[in-house]
Design a binder for this molecule. Structure first.
Ligand SMILES: *Cc1c(COP(=O)(O)O)cnc(C)c1O
Length: 369
């Protein structure tokens, strides 16, 4: 039997047509046309003034921190439970990452867990919309009037909180279009903001320290090369034109799981009051004491791919030796309680109801044995 994949996109003839057009015609006077169209359409769809394409979400976070002038001596708060990409750019700019605990119900950070780690040196907070849920970024920004909030909506394209789209809730929002994400360009990312000066600074830093349209090639600063190719933007625009369908499919897949797992002792992704999740990854939290890794191994033997919940960042070999990680391991008890109990179930856009049923039967059996 075919293995059931954990993640993957939904590509139609529409995407193929756009990419074909870009590769055949997207040069000379048309070079960059799809980039412009993708950025404009994405900004309008998120409900913000400006959007800037990037090669990845990681580079979008780096660009946001650099554009805000964050650097050595500054602290940036980031969730304990997230992909390392949310935190690594803090190191790139020479600032100090501080890890905030998770909310036991939403798995995101909340105003309390961020509030306890704020210091005189805190310049920014990176909130993460984990697995499609939407963190209370506005409430976190309101903790103090000098906080620069970057909403990492890499996993939450199409999610909403109080009617506003994920990515529009901070000073900056960032997205990933990696092949595993709900909307894909293969690799790619986007930075969105309502701030025209920040937007301009990002455009300048994205292209080796020169303004858009510069023809003098006389660079003002050493900066980055963080542009997306027109070919990828063609794929992104086509996916964006189908985004409602892509998000509806994710919600449908989550609905199948919810129904089939109703009497299985697991807790699935929670939607807080006012939040609509796009359920990037269906995530099951097992009861305390169940051997999660054994359950994952059993599913693997049945041809079902799963992933462990994000490990606490302060537990990773890459980060564990710094002083902040030592403090975080003592402080962040919810994250350390949640992480070893969670696994992501297959959530690819290509899943059929029969495959989801196979996953649920196998999960039930693994938990009963
Ligand atoms: C996928 C992901 C990223 C990184 O995206 P890239 O495009 O691979 O750089 C960042 N943050 C979160 C929360 C992610 O899930």
């Amino acid at each position: 039997m075919k293995r059931i994949p954990i993640a993957g996109p939904w590509i139609t003839q529409h995407e193929i047509d756009y990419v074909q057009d870009a590769v055949a015609h997207g040069w000379y006077d048309k070079a960059g046309d799809y980039v412009d169209r993708f950025e404009k359409a994405f900004a309008a769809w998120v409900g913000v003034g400006h959007a800037v394409t990037t090669p990845s979400c990681t580079s979008a976070i780096h660009l946001a921190l650099a554009a805000a002038g964050i650097g050595p001596g500054d602290e940036v708060v980031v969730p304990e439970l997230t992909w390392i990409a949310s935190a690594a750019p803090i190191d790139y700019v020479g600032a100090t990452a501080v890890f905030a605990d998770a909310d036991a119900c939403t798995w995101c950070v909340n105003p309390e867990t961020v509030g306890v780690v704020l210091s005189e040196r805190t310049r920014a907070v990176i909130t993460v919309d984990l697995y499609g849920n939407v963190a209370p970024s506005r409430e976190i920004a309101a903790l103090r009037d000098d906080l620069f909030v970057i909403e990492d909506a890499a996993e939450a394209v199409g999610s909403t909180r109080d009617g506003a789209r994920a990515g529009s809730l901070g000073a900056v929002g960032v997205f990933s279009f990696h092949g595993s994400k709900t909307l894909t360009t293969g690799e790619g990312g986007m930075l969105v903001t309502d701030d025209p000066r920040l937007h301009e600074r990002c455009l300048f830093l994205r292209d080796h320290g020169r303004a858009p349209g510069d023809k003098s090639f006389f660079n003002q600063e050493v900066a980055f090369k963080y542009r997306m190719s027109n070919l990828q933007a063609a794929l992104g625009l086509a996916q964006l034109e189908r985004v409602d369908e892509l998000v509806a499919r994710k919600r449908e897949i989550f609905g199948w799981y919810r129904e089939l797992l109703v009497d299985v002792p697991v807790t699935l992704n929670q939607e807080e009051e006012g939040v609509a999740s796009s359920f990037w990854m269906v995530t099951a939290l097992l009861e305390a004491g169940v051997d999660r890794d054994r359950v994952m191994a059993r599913l693997g033997e049945s041809g079902i791919d799963t992933r462990p919940f994000f490990h606490p960042l302060s537990s990773l070999p890459a980060l564990q030796d710094r002083g902040e990680a030592v403090r975080a391991r003592v402080r962040n008890s919810f994250a350390y309680e949640l992480a070893p109990r969670g696994l992501n179930l297959p959530s690819a856009a290509s899943l059929t109801p029969e495959q989801v049923e196979r996953v649920c039967v196998a999960l039930r059996e693994a938990l009963e044995s």
